[in-house]
Design a protein around this ligand. Sequence first.
Ligand SMILES: [Cu+2]
Length: 375
Amino acid sequence: MRRTQRESDDAMLSLLLAKGDGTIWMPPQASTVAGATDYVFYYILYISAAFFILINGAMFYFIWKYRRRGPHDKVGRITHSTPLEIGWSVIPGLLLIPMFWWGFKGYMEQRTFPPNCLEINVVAAKWNWTFIYSNSFTSNELHVPVDTPVRLIMRSNDVIHSCFIPAFRVKRDVVPGRYADLWFRATRTGRFPLVCAEYCGTSHSDMKADVYVHPKVADGQAKDPLDKSYDEWLKNADPYGKLTPEQYAEYTKDYEAFKTKYGGDEVMKPIVEKLAAPPERGQQLWDKKGCKSCHTLDGTPSQGPSWKGVFGKEEALADGTKAKVDENYLRESILEPNAKIVAGFARGVMPKTPLKDYEIDALIAFFKSLSGDQK
Ligand SMILES: [Cu+2]
């Protein structure tokens, strides 16, 4: 299910070019409210276009018709015309009523939540989306079942973001300090883009995610991840969550020995195959948890210091002291970003990201690998 940059660019492109049964104005319709939303949109669009032509056409015609024909051409006296004024008030007034009515109806529909929605928690942060599922599995991809009402309960870690799923025609601002929610019922399976629609800083335009709508199929019938039902996907989504704490400790301590021990076990084999070595897992977290928007791996400083060669070095801190970068330093820097500030970087920029202990272990293993130290 790992998504490549190429694939996610394709998803954006298909949004812009509106492939499939989308139109030049709109992406494909993939939710129950999409049809009605487009209906109002086109109504307003065509009325605006008609009036644009009518008004500008009349203007140019009158400019030409009443042009000054010579030095003795008098300027006409303009008085008012009651039928005209009533006409241009009442006709547009009548045209506005359906706009209001459909807009109001659509709004009420989108703000009235059906009972028994599937609830998914969403955390928006500079600059990524995290989706938290009922079994507390977290992912940067939004997975939902087709034909089921889904409620997103969203919060922001920092500034105002806005969750926008164009194919579903739903959008809602996510304001820090309070929950925002929206609901939708997807009507077709496939992959659709989700983007942030509120300018939230430097990498705002990278703040996008893929929405996967899963079909309703029997367990075990599917070959492709997208053919799987939502339930089956969720059950198998987090191989790490399937390890017991003891197994996890073995995995972290010595990955090769762990693989040899469980690789032949019939139950464990499919799980072991999905696990990455701890440093690799750390790199996945760097990507998934949004660290990559501020930390590079190649030595160039960005918003935050690069992670290359950090482990084991003497870090110069903003208060003039030095600290040795070891496991404890890293753990503290990750959990309490403001405890020690690296010289040359700003306090309060790095967000607190909720991470499990074993994720921090994997990140530390990754830091070590970036310093050429595997142990
Ligand atoms: Cu944003």
